[in-house]
Design a binder for this molecule. Structure first.
Ligand code: COI
Length: 355
């Protein structure tokens, strides 16, 4: 095993662990005892440490508050039945974080801070990793700009932090989504392919409108014509037609290059499905739902892994899908990931990393 770097630790005086009801976890509500904090200034990462989870001070002029240089990642640690803790493809998160950093003109994070730092943090708080199906320790690395300066330019100071949160799955069942034909999540040439906080801010107003109309989330379409499928809520979108797994390609640069997306497409090929990554018209999806040639439509992302879609609203009509448990591909893939992440099947692609 590669030598892992270890950073100074300031331990919490008393753990909050006994306050947590592990049988009643909600996504993103509770936070583990420790966090990682790294600070960048003068062209280098000057300090990296693990400290008790706490509020952080910022200048009110910090550029993140004004010009929005903020990016994040999300990954999960799972506990195996032997009590080991496994992370799923953390190196992919590190690479994507640095792609986001490049697009947002932010300092990149060296692998030893991102990867070794996360491993050390999770090792320290390993008792916070919940056991059981659908449960995990959600790991949230994020990077924000910290210059106390109001001129519009790339910041020269950054804070990189990692917090972790014991969680159950993001969505509890199949979701109802509406195809968005007015608002957009991202536009060509913009920052849609980066995991930038602002992309999520931009999605809130249209998502709230959809929720008022009785839907859980949206299917985003292209900003120019609202003719092509992009993402679903905070996830990548896929459907199954015959022997093909079909998903919007990343060519438009408006779509987040999901790690779950990449892993599912890899798996689909291994399972002798055809993979079609291409531009997809909304009409193709709707026609397929009407004639029954599309039976499985789902979102894929870290938080939910696979979120089956039960209903799709488009131009005042709702198109219902059959019960997820009868779907051939998506339920098999969901079980595969659940088993792999909890060490119950062989890790044939070397996707898991032991903490
Ligand atoms: C994911 O599922 O990958 C996400 O990023 C969801 C998160 C924003 C809660």
């Amino acid at each position: 095993m590669k030598h892992r770097k270890s950073f100074p630790v300031e331990l919490i005086s008393s753990s909050k662990l006994s306050n947590i009801d592990f049988n009643n976890l909600k996504f993103g509500r509770d936070f583990s005892d420790h966090m990682l904090l790294a600070e960048y200034a003068n062209g280098e990462w000057e300090s990296v440490k693990i400290i008790p989870f706490q509020d952080i001070n910022f200048s009110p002029a910090a550029s993140v508050f004004h010009y929005g240089q903020a990016i994040f990642e999300g990954l999960k640690a799972h506990k195996t039945k032997d009590g080991e803790v496994l992370l799923f493809r953390p190196e992919e998160n590190w690479k994507r974080m640095n792609l986001s950093a490049q697009r947002m003109c932010m300092a990149e994070i060296p692998s030893e801070i991102f990867l070794d730092g996360i491993l050390q943090l999770i090792d320290l708080d390993r008792n916070w990793v919940p056991e059981g199906e659908g449960k995990s320790l959600y790991v949230r690395p994020f990077l924000i700009a910290d210059d106390a300066f109001l001129g519009v330019k790339a910041s020269e100071r950054y804070k990189f932090m990692v917090i972790t949160s014991p969680a159950s799955n993001y969505y509890s069942g199949a979701v109802s989504v509406k195809v968005e034909t007015k608002f957009s999540r991202a536009a060509a040439g913009g920052v849609g392919a980066a995991k930038a906080a602002g992309n999520y801010a931009a999605s809130l107003f249209p998502a709230q409108k959809a929720q008022k109309a009785g839907y859980d989330q949206l299917i985003w379409t292209d900003s120019k014509e609202h003719k092509y499928l992009e993402e679903s809520g905070t996830m990548n979108l896929m459907f199954v037609r015959g022997n093909s797994i079909v998903t919007p390609s990343l060519d438009s640069s408006t779509i987040l290059p999901g790690i779950t997306r990449k892993s599912i497409l890899h798996l689909a090929k291994e399972w002798a499905y055809q993979v079609e990554e291409r531009q997809i018209e909304v009409a193709e999806l709707i026609d397929g739902l009407k004639d029954g040639s599309i039976e499985e439509v789902f979102g894929v992302g870290t938080a939910a892994t696979i979120a089956p879609i039960a209903n799709i609203g488009y131009e005042d009509t709702d198109y219902k899908l059959s019960d997820f448990t009868n779907w051939k591909f998506a339920s098999k893939a969901k079980n595969y990931f659940e088993d792999l992440k909890r060490g119950e099947i062989e890790d044939q692609f070397n996707w898991t990393v032991k903490v």
